[in-house]
Design a protein around this ligand. Structure first.
Ligand code: TXA
Ligand code: MG
Length: 331
């Protein structure tokens, strides 16, 4: 198992790594070891982690201090690599050919049995993918040989960072390393387009404009500007709810319930099937396991999933936010 605790090298965190060949090799090694590495893209600095490693992805959310699990963008070096992680239709191919590498993120269906962390897409069946157009980002992605999840490298609620200094100010020692690649050229996050349905929909405006995309794929719904449309799926009250009903704050489970526990559970009884988010009561581990455990319990066929209380601190805030949504009345 990968050790995700802070590296005990006696070195000061975060390590500031120059964008030299040796620095890029080191950044790639850290990413493969499950560490958090901020790096420049043409839009903003990203807070990168191995997108196939649940614990590394949970560490992104912990570092950002986000009270919610918003789905993250997976970064790959080219369209060939993108094919491993998303299902591309003709529209997606046409947009990729025209705008990749570049500041465009496409949300496409996620293949079944994907090796990507479920936490990366916050439990959704879709995945946001981008091929950045920045030589340092490209070099890191190729050297890492892994899909890299990367939200903007700032604390939740802070402005997006366009210099290594911004990242340092915002995240400090919450990140293992920062690759110092100068100022970002675009300075604004990528355009996000949703291609999971028959109508393409703009989820976030950015440097790639809707009419440039419409010339290739036809009408793009501008849902980002519509105040009645949910801006991101995480904002829907009862999204990604399991099929089973959900009962929160359960100290024990009924005969016909599946049981999602947290912390030592040697003396916990009941439940048809039982899974533990973290025996040690580690909230990072719990976040890493949340979506896969919920899915497994749902697939067990239980009528209802009982869930033990989770402390409302640190990543527990985001876990509880998601559990409340799962338990919300279905629309
Ligand atoms: O320019 C950028 O895109 C930067 C650089 C680092 O690449 N990254 C970035 O990531 O802005 P982040 O996490 O701050 O923004 C991701 C956006 C959010 O608005 C999120 O809701 C949306 O993409 N998103 C991600 N996955 C999604 C999905 N499966 N469905 C719908 N929206 C998704
Ligand atoms: Mg952001």
């Amino acid at each position: 198992m990968t050790d995700h605790s802070a590296p005990d090298t006696g070195e000061k965190r975060p390590a500031l790594i120059p964008a030299t060949p040796a620095g890029i090799a080191r950044a790639a090694d850290l990413l493969r070891a499950g560490r958090l590495v901020a790096f420049p893209t043409e839009t903003v600095y990203g807070l990168g982690a191995d997108a196939t490693d649940d614990r590394a992805v949970a560490a992104i959310f912990a570092a950002k201090g986000r009270p919610q699990f918003n789905p993250l963008i997976v970064h790959v070096p080219d369209l060939v690599a993108a094919h491993s992680w998303g299902l591309f239709d003709d529209r997606a191919h046409d947009l990729a050919t025209q705008f990749w590498p570049g500041p465009l993120t496409m949300v496409v269906p996620r293949p079944a049995n994907s090796a990507l962390s479920l936490l990366v897409s916050a439990g959704l069946d879709s995945i946001a993918i981008r091929v950045p157009n920045h030589p340092v980002a490209q070099a890191i992605l190729r050297a890492a040989g892994k899909p890299i999840a990367a939200p903007s490298a700032n604390r939740s609620g802070a402005v997006s960072p366009t210099t290594p200094h911004h990242v340092l100010e915002s995240l400090g020692d919450r990140v293992d390393a920062i690759v110092t690649g100068g100022k970002c050229m675009v300075g604004l996050e990528s355009t996000v387009i949703d291609l999971t349905g028959p109508d393409a929909a703009l989820l976030r405006p950015g440097a790639v404009l809707p009419d440039e995309m419409e010339r290739l794929i036809g009408p793009v719904r501008l849902s980002a500007g519509d105040p009645t449309a949910p801006k991101s799926p995480g904002q829907l009250e009862s999204h990604y709810a399991p099929n089973a009903a959900v009962r929160l704050n359960a100290s024990s489970a009924e005969e016909d319930e599946a049981f999602l526990t947290f912390g030592p559970d040697r003396f916990v009884f009941g439940g048809t099937t039982r899974l533990n988010l973290s025996l040690e009561g580690d909230l990072n581990e719990a976040a890493a396991n949340l979506f896969s455990h919920l899915r497994s319990l749902d697939q067990s066929g239980a009528r209802r999933i009982a869930i033990m209380p989770i402390p409302d601190v640190g990543l527990g805030l985001a876990i509880n936010d998601r559990l409340r949504r799962a338990a919300a009345p279905r629309g």
